[in-house]
Design a protein around this ligand. Structure first.
Ligand code: ARG
Ligand code: ZN
Length: 859
């Protein structure tokens, strides 16, 4: 691939590599500040017209290069080094020095706490040695690690351990071999001292796989859930997709310093400890859920990602969209499918829709990239998963499986494209997906406008659907998409008929007629969030009510209730000092509270107000202050109106001793919602109740529910509970992240000086991404009042911080800027304040490529 002057890479510029590397031997002499890396590659020229070999490399100290054993000189290039006039086939040996201790970008080889570890996706391997750092170059690896034995009793790399031994001066070594050819982004090593949990898994063909989980010393008791989750994921993938694990050993290492969630390195996953460690006292139900889903995600990559990988990074969604879809299916099978789905829909509406309408809009298969790390996005991951889900909807469960079987059989061992995937789906099902492919190349969120009429005389329901995608920052012209539109016809009385089906919307406008509908009916559209689209549809209150009461699908009922509440909030935001709860909401809440015991988690979701972010996405422009205020007013009215109900329901929901088990999880979820309303009641009684709930709690879920409720309402009780909490947990960094986040999210006139205090806290460190996210991430993403202060001081605060963080860890800095570049819906005044800060960044001379790409697009 060539890079143009601006440093932008284009999908259309892809060319296959002129060289292949069949085998790679790597030797690491691990030292804190000076690790010596020796790389020996077996290289073959594929394109005879090519005389030079260009290798990628970054922040390396080159010691020497040998071609077929003869020392050679090289030229340094912008990307790395160039070897001129290389033979058709040769052995290349390169020696480099790297500095793991001072690597705070956490890409390549770095130290997390006391341990050496690596992160090579997407382009971290070039920080380890000069190499063809691209996913379509696949080699077999042999890796020798040499390190001090006392500090690093464990020496780990991909594949199988084939030899080990002692070395001089208290050092020892280990030799690993991975029999599966892989791209360099899947390479990993770990050296350090850990506690280890062992287990085994017997695969469907009877192979015994050793499972090993490595955690910080003293954390063994917190590793059980991750290991159990791994075994569930392994069994599920066999049963659901016929995919079996392929090595004799599967290792997972938890580290504290990690830029993202986790990494699927072949046979040696490296995880952010947040997605591994859990026990009742320190982890919430949400943490347990996340661990199960991330463990599964990385495991599922073994087939969708590792055995079949991406041809180039524009194809990232090939493995990420598909693997997210697979982990979503898994989660739905492990817990309540409807609740899992509701939470995915929220992510799409809160974050992906915002990305799609902002300056970083891109298709799930981007066509232009400046910094690849910026494209590990909600669009590539979550919208990518929605696109796979639509294929699943269009082809059906067994058709999708046929397509998967074809894909795996055809491409095992290859580096392929998104198009290859769709082709396999198409061929296995003899279905024309040519129009569907547009989802891969078109960005933006389609809006489906709905016109629905029931005609009494003809006993007919006519449904007219129109699709439109507005231009996005990256693409001005949009075309109609192939959209599966789930619908459910519901009679206003709740009687028959009930009709559910999926319509295939392929034109800009289509009309559907349903016959034999004798009684007044309405239709719910886009049921189950059947496509990543927005709706332009305002059913009458009575129609929404009918859907809430009578629709067969839980997600559809939830969606309708959220719409009813949203409309009330929007109405409130247009009037001043609304004091009356609308009749429709009275009836809705009365009804929901009445049936709370039947489906506690679903009712909890329905009782909760749509988030500020979700509300914003439903409007062209927002009056931020009015919207926040309206949401608060409505919440307070609901709290007061149903005060007795919240209290009574809360009392009924208490659990026995904690276990992460579905019925308990659902009860805790609902009891947390009750608390959030009770905290709005300014009464001694409710304060007492919150205090007691805190004292009584034997688990982190209930404890955090109390703290969140107090925080959201800014109760003085919050401070005293938080002090107690800090005293209990000050030595536990994962729990302290929750404490930091609670403080950083608090809407408070002094929120900026609060942030300063947090960053001066002894447990805070700018070098640790989890800490940074819990303080600055929470502030920028969720402390809406504080971040969007009218005087612009919130924006300035974030910008000052980004200037500092960018020189430490550009990847994390570029994530934190997200809320500041999505400003188009805000008022002119705030937009101006934001642009001032973006200009400051833009003019900064040493801004990273990560931030530069975003800032430049936002201006
Ligand atoms: N492939 C990993 C996952 O989805 C994410 C790694 C991304 N790393 C990065 N530096 N962008 O689990
Ligand atoms: Zn992934």
């Amino acid at each position: 691939m060539s890079s143009s002057q601006s440093g932008t890479m284009k999908l259309s510029d892809y060319t296959p590599s002129a060289f292949s590397i069949s085998d790679l031997y790597l030797e690491f002499d691990l030292q804190d500040k000076e690790t010596r890396v020796t790389a020996v590659s077996q290289i073959r020229k594929l394109d005879n017209s090519c005389t030079d070999l260009d290798l990628d490399g970054k922040q390396l100290t080159l010691k020497a290069v040998w071609v077929n054993g003869i020392e050679t000189t090289v030229t340094h290039t912008e990307q790395g080094i160039r070897l001129t006039d290389v033979p058709d086939q040769f052995e290349l040996k390169i020696e480099t020095l790297i500095d793991p201790v001072n690597n705070h970008a956490l890409e390549g080889l770095y130290k997390s706490g006391g341990a050496f570890c690596t992160q090579c996706e997407a382009q971290g391997f070039r920080r380890i040695t000069y190499f063809l750092d691209r996913p379509d170059v696949m080699a077999k690896y042999r890796v020798k690690l040499i390190a001090d034995k006392q500090a690093n009793p464990y020496l780990l790399a991909n594949g199988n351990l084939i030899d080990k031994g002692e070395a001089e001066q208290g050092r020892h070594w280990a030799l690993w071999e991975d029999p599966f050819p892989k791209p360099c982004y899947l390479f990993a090593l770990v050296a350090g001292d850990f506690d280890k949990l062992d287990d085994t898994f017997t695969t469907c063909s009877g192979k015994q796989v050793k499972l090993q989980l490595f955690v910080d010393k003293g954390n063994v008791s917190r590793g059980r859930h991750a290991l159990d989750s791994l075994k569930k994921a392994m069994a599920w993938d066999e049963q659901k997709y016929g995919l079996e694990y392929d090595l004799d050993i599967y290792m997972v290492v938890a580290v504290d310093f990690f830029n993202m969630g986790a990494m699927e390195n072949k046979g040696l996953n490296i995880f952010n400890s947040k997605y591994v460690l859990a026990d009742a006292a320190s982890a919430t139900d949400q943490d347990y859920f996340n661990i199960e889903s991330v463990i599964a995600h990385e495991y599922f990559h073994n087939w969708t990602g590792n055995r079949i990988t991406c041809r180039d990074w524009f194809q990232l969604s090939l493995k990420e969209g598909l693997t997210v879809f697979r982990d979503q299916q898994f989660s739905a099978d492990m817990a309540s499918a409807a609740i899992v789905r509701i939470n995915q829909v929220k992510i799409m509406r809160e974050h992906q829709f915002a990305e799609d309408s902002g300056p970083m809009a891109h298709p799930i298969r981007p066509s232009e990239v400046m910094e690849m790390n910026n494209f590990y996005s909600v669009t590539v991951y979550d919208k990518g998963a929605e696109v796979i889900r639509m294929l699943h909807t269009l082809l059906g469960e067994s058709g999708f499986r046929r397509g998967m079987d074809c894909y795996i059989e055809r491409h095992d061992g290859q580096a392929v494209t998104c198009d290859d995937f769709v082709q396999a789906m198409e061929d296995a099902n003899q279905k024309d997906l040519s129009l569907f492919r547009r989802w891969y190349s078109q960005s933006g969120t389609p809006v489906i406008s709905v016109n629905c009429q029931w005609h009494q005389s003809q006993q007919q329901l006519r449904l007219e659907l129109t699709q439109n995608t507005a231009p996005t920052a990256d693409q001005s012209i949009k075309q109609p998409l192939h959209i599966p539109v789930g619908i459910e016809i519901v009679t206003l009385s709740g009687g028959e008929p009930k009709i559910s089906e999926v319509l295939s919307l392929t034109e800009q406008k289509q009309t559907y007629v349903f016959e034999n509908i004798p009684s007044p009916s309405t239709v719910a559209v886009l049921t189950g969030f059947s496509a990543p689209a927005k709706l332009n549809y305002q059913p009458a209150e009575a129609e929404l009510m009918a859907v809430i009461l009578h629709a067969s699908d839980a997600v559809t009922r939830w969606d309708a209730s959220q719409q009813l509440i949203s409309e009330a909030i929007f109405k409130f935001s247009q009037r001043d000092n609304e004091k009356e709860l609308p009749e429709s909401l009275k009836r809705l809440f009365q009804g929901l509270l009445g049936q709370a015991h039947t489906e506690p988690a679903l009712i909890a979701e329905m009782l909760e107000l749509p988030s500020f972010e979700t509300l914003s996405q439903q409007q062209e422009k927002i009056d931020l202050d009015a919207l926040l205020k309206a949401r608060k007013q409505l919440k307070a009215l609901l709290a007061v109106n149903f005060a007795e109900h919240w209290r009574a329901l809360f009392e009924k929901l208490s659990n026995s001793a904690y276990s992460y088990e579905q019925t308990q999880v659902e009860r805790r979820r609902l009891s947390g919602v009750c608390l959030s309303y009770l905290a709005c009641l300014d009464s001694d009684e409710s304060l007492e109740l919150l205090q007691q709930a805190y004292e009584k709690s034997d688990n982190m879920t209930d404890t955090l529910a109390v703290l969140k409720a107090c925080q959201a309402e800014n109760l003085p009780l919050f401070d005293s509970l938080m002090q107690d909490f800090e005293q209990k947990w000050h030595d536990d960094s994962l729990v302290m992240d929750k404490w930091f986040a609670l403080h950083a999210g608090r809407q408070h006139p002094q929120s900026l000086s609060n942030l300063q205090l947090l960053m001066a806290h002894s447990r805070y460190s700018i070098n640790n991404p989890n800490r940074v996210r819990s303080v600055m991430g929470t502030f920028a993403f969720y402390n809406t009042e504080g971040f969007h202060r009218r005087d612009g001081s919130g924006y300035k605060f974030l910008t000052d911080y980004l200037l500092e963080l960018d020189s430490v860890n550009p990847q994390v800095a570029a994530r934190l800027i997200t809320p500041m570049i999505q400003y188009a819906k805000l008022d002119e005044h705030r937009q101006h304040q934001i642009r001032l800060q973006l200009l400051r960044l833009f003019e900064h001379k040493t801004l990273s490529r990560d931030l530069y790409e975003k800032v430049q697009k936002a201006l």
